[in-house]
Design a protein around this ligand. Structure first.
Ligand code: TXA
Ligand code: MG
Length: 326
């Protein structure tokens, strides 16, 4: 059993930081989803992340740090777009892709010359990140703390259910407030590119850059290429974020209802994902609800796509990926 640490307890936060410094794996709460953390400068600790998740070694990890200056030290070139976005959105659900400095080991980036960095907005995790930095760590590498390809965890219990003994401790910081992963923006050049929609709406990223005369390129549907060699961020592969049951998505309630009746007539069990007009509420509950429905063991989960406003684009993206043929 992993140690369960309490994020509201100062002593437990110290313990989490000390375990990370010692090369152990600690799951950390963030505002988006729980991350499976290891000291980014410790290659054997980072390797254990891949083993615990069952994740291919060429899938790069996000490095979490406590401040923009700490992120800057990991970048080969810190661009204007990175500076503008870091100042506006950190701490927060935004991750920035940059060329990497020599400080970042290749095992973290899947042998790429780039690194993704982020300052998460969770008080306990920010404190952990500051403590490990004071012990000389470059940052904490942390993918979402789920098995590869599965739905991301938004509670400590989800992490325990997925990873069990393969994680040394879980810092329990309660349910995640955003509930979907961070937005990833490629800031390697002055023309920023949206790589993954997420917790910061792309409109907000666009307008912040525009204030400074810079542009965000948003390709039709962020991510969603079926060809792994073409995916800039491997997490953007279709058929990611998938529960066990098949997922089908619908633009209207009427279409969803027709399909549900048909499935029931065929003797298959179908459950409709609870929908909320508020895309922030839909997003916060998305993964927990998918897990709950999955636990009931139905054949098909029917989901209504939200509008792409606010967090709707991220929710749409995750639902589309969950519904992609497996
Ligand atoms: O909200 C989040 O971003 C959460 C929390 C824990 O911070 N983390 C997360 O990590 O979602 P993960 O590993 O599940 O997704 C990170 C994505 C992956 O799709 C990965 O391929 C991409 O970021 N990525 C990381 N480093 C990269 C790099 N150097 N080049 C291209 N893509 C990269
Ligand atoms: Mg993930």
């Amino acid at each position: 059993m992993p140690r369960i640490l309490d994020a509201s307890d100062a002593g437990d936060i110290d313990t989490a930081a000390a375990m990370l410094t010692d090369g152990l794996l600690v799951a950390l709460p963030t505002e988006t989803v729980y991350g499976l953390g290891a000291d980014a400068g410790n290659e054997s600790a980072v390797s254990r992340i891949f083993a615990a998740k069952g994740r291919p070694a060429d899938h790069p990890l996000i490095v979490h740090v406590d401040s923009a200056p700490s992120a800057r030290a990991l970048a080969g070139r810190w661009t204007d777009s990175a500076e503008i976005l870091a100042r506006r959105f950190w701490p927060g659900p935004l991750s920035i892709l940059l060329s990497k400095s020599d400080l970042v080991p290749m095992v973290v980036t899947g042998s790429r010359p780039t690194v993704v960095v982020r300052v998460p907005d969770h008080p306990a995790t920010l404190r952990v990140l500051r403590l490990v930095r004071e012990h000389g760590s470059i940052g904490i590498a942390a993918p979402s703390a789920n098995k590869f390809g599965a739905v991301s965890p938004t509670t400590a219990q989800h992490v325990l259910d997925d990873l069990g003994d393969s994680v040394d401790a879980i810092l329990d910081g309660g349910p995640c407030s955003i509930g979907v992963e961070s937005t990833i923006v490629d800031c390697t050049s002055e023309v920023a590119v949206l790589l993954r929609s997420g917790g910061v709406p792309s409109e907000a990223v666009s307008s912040e850059l525009a204030l400074h005369g810079l542009t965000l390129v948003v390709s039709g549907d962020a991510g969603g290429t079926a060809d792994p060699s073409r995916a800039v961020a491997p997490g953007m592969l279709v058929s990611h974020y998938a529960p066990r049951a098949a997922v089908e998505v619908f633009a209207t309630r009427a279409e969803l209802e027709i399909r549900r009746r048909r499935l029931v007539d065929e003797g298959r069990s179908a459950i409709a994902l609870p929908y909320d007009d508020d895309t922030y509420v839909y997003s916060r509950n998305l993964y927990a609800t998918l897990r709950e429905i999955d636990a009931q063991g139905c054949d098909v989960i029917l989901a209504l796509l939200p509008s792409s406003e606010g967090l709707g684009a991220a929710v749409r993206d995750r639902l589309m990926k969950a519904s992609a043929a497996r």
